[in-house]
Design a binder for this molecule. Sequence first.
Ligand SMILES: [Cu+2]
Length: 136
Amino acid sequence: MRSLGTALALTLVVSCGPAAVERTPWPGQAYGEHTVTLARPTVGPSPTVPVGTAVSIRGSFFDPPHMEVPLGSVVTWTSHDTARHTITSGTPDRPEGEFDRQIFGGETFSFAFVVAGTYRYYCRAHGSMQASLVVR
Ligand SMILES: [Cu+2]
C-alpha cells in the first residue's frame, strides 16, 4: 500500500514538471494530472439573469425583462420611447396595486423594494409588455 502511494506521488511530480508549466492552462483545461477549474460561486443568481436596479423601456419592451434586485434597492425605470407607457405591478389579468405609474419618453420612475419576493409588472397601454423582478 505504501509503495503504491509513493509511485502515485512520483507520477504526479513528473506530470507537473517543467514541460507542463511552460504552457499556460486556461480554466477547465487539464494537463495530465494537473487540472484547473473555474471558481464558481456556490450561491447567487443564475448567470443568465442580470442583477441590477435599472430597467430601460425601449421599443415597447422592458429591458431586461427579468432581473434580480438586492433587497432594499431602488429600481429606476427609464423610458426611451415616445409612446406613453405605464409601469404597473401585477399582470393585465391581475393588477396588484403595488405601483402604477404613467411614464413618457425621457422620464424615469423609481420604486424601493423593501420586501423580498417576485414582482411581475406590465404596461396598461400595451398588454404584451410584461416583465418581472425577483427581490432577494
Ligand atoms: Cu406601453
